[in-house]
Design a binder for this molecule. Structure first.
Ligand SMILES: C[S@@+](CC[C@H](N)C(=O)[O-])C[C@H]1O[C@@H](n2cnc3c(N)ncnc32)[C@H](O)[C@@H]1O
Length: 231
């Protein structure tokens, strides 16, 4: 088809406009994402938490009130310690937290908080559950376990599911009846199966996407309320 010079100019401008739109949209969303991240980063700093991930537990706690004063909490994948610190504050002087991570963690809870014991261990280790047996039962098991991400969505999802299943197995062997489980998962093909596995052990199961978790991130949290026990 042969266009006149005027038409060619308009077409060129339209294509140029569309290309600009294509590049503008992601950069605008990127700016919003950065703003939200900065907001939670600054908030965590002001409130003396080592990581902004604290708000992914705080939001769920403020809505569902599953951690109670006096509770014994197991925090899987605890480094650098924000969730442990927050759980120790909620569980208070009569409560306690056991934090577990591959990385050494050290953080001193403020006065009035529960005691925190940090353990440097791999949750997949055969000795890990027998080792925990001297510390059970827990009223709460939380897991923010995350694999080293590769950017390849499917394999990151599979590694996350593997960690979450291990966290669920630990929860099922260490929770007191009526206890609660809160666990991070990267969504993907096996996610619905994992939710069903959680449902098997808990009276009430919810999927939580906190505002502090980036919208474009595939992470969500599964909350299992009221552990039914294994018998
Ligand atoms: C997102 S970070 C946890 C942040 C923490 N909730 C906080 O608020 O400070 C995830 C952690 O999972 C830990 N992790 C991953 N695989 C693990 C494993 N097999 N055993 C123990 N910890 C593991 C990582 O070392 C990492 O520190």
């Amino acid at each position: 088809m042969i266009y006149g010079q005027g038409t060619r100019l308009i077409l060129r401008q339209l294509i140029f406009f569309e290309i600009i739109q294509l590049f503008q949209l992601p950069s605008e969303s990127f700016a919003i994402v950065k703003k939200v991240q900065d907001y939670y980063f600054k908030k965590a700093k002001q409130e003396n938490y080592p990581a902004r991930s604290i708000y992914k537990l705080e939001e769920a706690q403020q809505k569902h009130h599953f951690i109670k004063p006096g509770d014994k909490v197991l925090d899987l994948g605890c480094h650098p310690g924000s969730w442990s610190l927050y759980a120790a504050k909620i569980s208070g002087g009569n409560g306690s937290v056991v934090g577990v991570d591959l990385q050494k963690t050290h953080i001193v809870p403020p006065s009035g908080s529960g005691r925190i014991e940090f353990i440097c261990a791999d949750i997949f280790d055969d000795d890990f559950i027998p080792f925990l047996s001297s510390k059970i039962p827990f009223q709460i098991v939380v897991s923010d376990l995350a694999p080293k991400t590769t950017g390849h969505k499917f394999s990151d999802h599979l590694k996350s599911i593997e960690l979450s299943r291990c966290a669920l197995a630990i929860a099922s062997q260490s929770l007191a009846r009526g206890g609660h489980f809160y666990c991070k998962v990267f969504q993907g093909e096996d996610f619905p199966d994992f939710v069903n596995e959680v449902r098997h052990y808990f009276k009430n199961t919810k999927i939580v996407k906190p505002k502090s978790s980036r919208v474009e991130s595939r992470e969500v949290f599964v909350l299992g309320l009221e552990f039914k026990g294994t018998e």
